[in-house]
Design a protein around this ligand. Structure first.
Ligand code: B4P
Length: 183
């Protein structure tokens, strides 16, 4: 399985990706987690990413694409992967198509998480990460609508939309069921 999870900030992509990667036996690749690990280790990449993340903006594509290209060349991604938080705009989606195309591969599906905006804000304020302040959340939501939503048009019939309101177990069940009927 080669999957992409798409959804607004706070939709629970990271939460579901952790469970789904275990159930499906493919590595969970989160660009947000990769950036946060780099920030924690004070690497040059982390220093570059931090200012964008703190402002609720996307980290520049060239940095993000290279990081993903490297990660996808690791051995554990050869049999499949679950990408969480990437691609986040059409240009990243085109780069991903290119990376996979070089290996004669395609995505299996793109899972879209549907959650009302009031719930997203509630979840993020409760989480309280350093980029979960009200102003930054507002900016991240705007960036999602402007830059990320268009990738759903790019992927068209690969998109499986699931209702991501409910318990973590219910949502995992819906995602697995949707993937089963998509195949
Ligand atoms: P990400 O790390 O991708 O985070 P996110 O979109 O905010 O959260 P996610 O949807 O994963 O929600 P989570 O499971 O944590 O992005 C952070 C930043 O990194 C971006 O703003 C950007 O700057 C940068 N970045 C990342 N990828 C990039 C890219 N490709 N290009 C450029 N920049 C990039 O869940 C949220 C909360 O809800 C948690 O507290 C969780 O416990 C809770 N929750 C989850 N499921 C729930 C449920 N069913 N019910 C109630 N609460 C739930």
């Amino acid at each position: 399985m080669r999957l992409v999870l798409v959804g607004p900030p706070g939709a629970g992509k990271g939460t579901q990706a952790a469970v789904l990667s275990e159930k499906l036996g493919v590595p969970h690749i989160s660009t947000g987690d990769l950036f946060r690990a780099n920030i924690g280790n004070s690497t040059p990449l982390g220093q570059k990413a931090k200012s964008y993340m703190d402002a609720g903006e996307l980290v520049p594509d060239e940095v993000t694409n290279e990081m993903v290209r490297d990660r996808l060349s690791d051995e554990d991604a050869a049999q499949g992967f679950l990408l969480d938080g990437y691609p986040r705009n059409t240009s990243q989606a085109e780069v991903l198509t290119g990376i996979l195309g070089e290996k004669h591969l395609e995505l299996t599906a793109v899972v879209q998480f549907d959650v009302p905006e009031e719930e997203l804000v509630k979840r993020m304020l409760a989480r309280g990460r350093s980029d979960d302040t009200e102003d930054v959340i507002r900016r991240r939501l705007a960036v999602y609508h402007e830059e990320t939503e268009p990738i759903l048009g790019y992927y068209q019939d690969k998109v499986i939309k699931i209702d991501a309101l409910g318990s973590i177990e219910e949502i995992t069940g819906r995602a697995l069921e949707a993937l089963r009927s998509h195949q």
